[in-house]
Design a protein around this ligand. Structure first.
Ligand code: PGA
Length: 249
């Protein structure tokens, strides 16, 4: 049976004390289930509180929403892999569409961040996905492949298995309009073809973009999906516990 990852991206929500309250409710509402892992990506300021509130449960993990590629130095406002790790992170989102489109992060920078995460080590969750105009222009696979190429080609192929990939079409993030399971599967398959052309190792591929309690089960019924990356619907601890419990039960 495939192992599923349910990743919660809290974005710029949930401060340290809120994170402790959230996790207390979540842990009570959700007991560990075989083949399911739940990953939490709080804002950096709440990382230590989140990691501390996981209560040593092996099925739960905390991660950073972004890291800078240098390990330390005069980089005001940034956090490095080693600093995130010291605060309890075991994974890091890299190249989330909001980093790319709001903060102007480039493909080349995502490559440096993936390599930095692997050096720490943190599990990089590399986010890729096309905008609506790129999809309408039939450029989805070209864009996703370009993003993969930039972020992963500098690595030795044996390292690819340590990278989790999240396919997150930009037009589906926070819009209430999710990709259909078929649309998501088509891109996941193309990502696997790209990976297979370089390595035999398996990489986990998550889908993200308007996943919620209503559509999660249908999306996860698609065997191409190894899990989901969820923003809005992960902010309520009871609702998130229910989603993790009931999707792919
Ligand atoms: P959403 O966000 O679930 O609110 O669409 C997903 C994400 O940005 O990772």
């Amino acid at each position: 049976m495939r192992e599923l990852v349910f990743a919660a991206n809290w974005k710029m929500h949930v401060g340290p004390s809120e994170a402790r309250e959230y996790l207390a409710i979540f842990r009570h509402a959700y007991a560990a289930t075989p083949n399911k892992q739940v990953w939490f990506f709080p804002p950096a300021v709440s990382l230590e509180a989140t990691a501390g509130a996981l209560d040593h449960r092996p099925d739960l993990l905390a991660g950073a929403q972004d890291i800078y590629w240098e390990p330390k130095g005069a980089f005001t406002g940034a956090i490095s892999g080693p600093l995130a790790s010291q605060a309890g992170a075991r994974a890091a989102l890299i190249g989330h569409s909001e980093r790319r489109h709001v903060f102007g992060e480039t493909d080349e920078q995502t490559g440096k961040k993936v390599a930095a995460a692997l050096r720490t080590p943190l599990v990089p969750v590399l986010c890729v996905g096309e905008t609506l105009s790129q999809r309408e222009a039939g450029e989805t696979l070209a864009v996703v492949t370009r993003q993969l190429e930039a972020a992963l080609a500098p690595l030795v192929p044996e390292a690819f298995a340590a990278v989790t990939i999240a396919y997150e079409p930009v037009w589906a993030i926070g819009t209430g309009r999710n990709a259909t399971p078929k649309d998501a599967a088509e891109v996941h398959k193309a990502i696997r073809v790209w990976l297979k052309s370089r390595t035999k190792a398996f990489s986990r591929i998550l889908y993200g973009g308007s996943v919620n309690l209503k559509n999660a089960a249908e999306l996860l019924a698609e065997p191409e999906l190894d899990g989901v990356l969820v923003g809005g619907a992960s902010l309520d601890p009871a609702g998130w516990a229910e989603l993790v419990r009931t999707a792919a039960a």
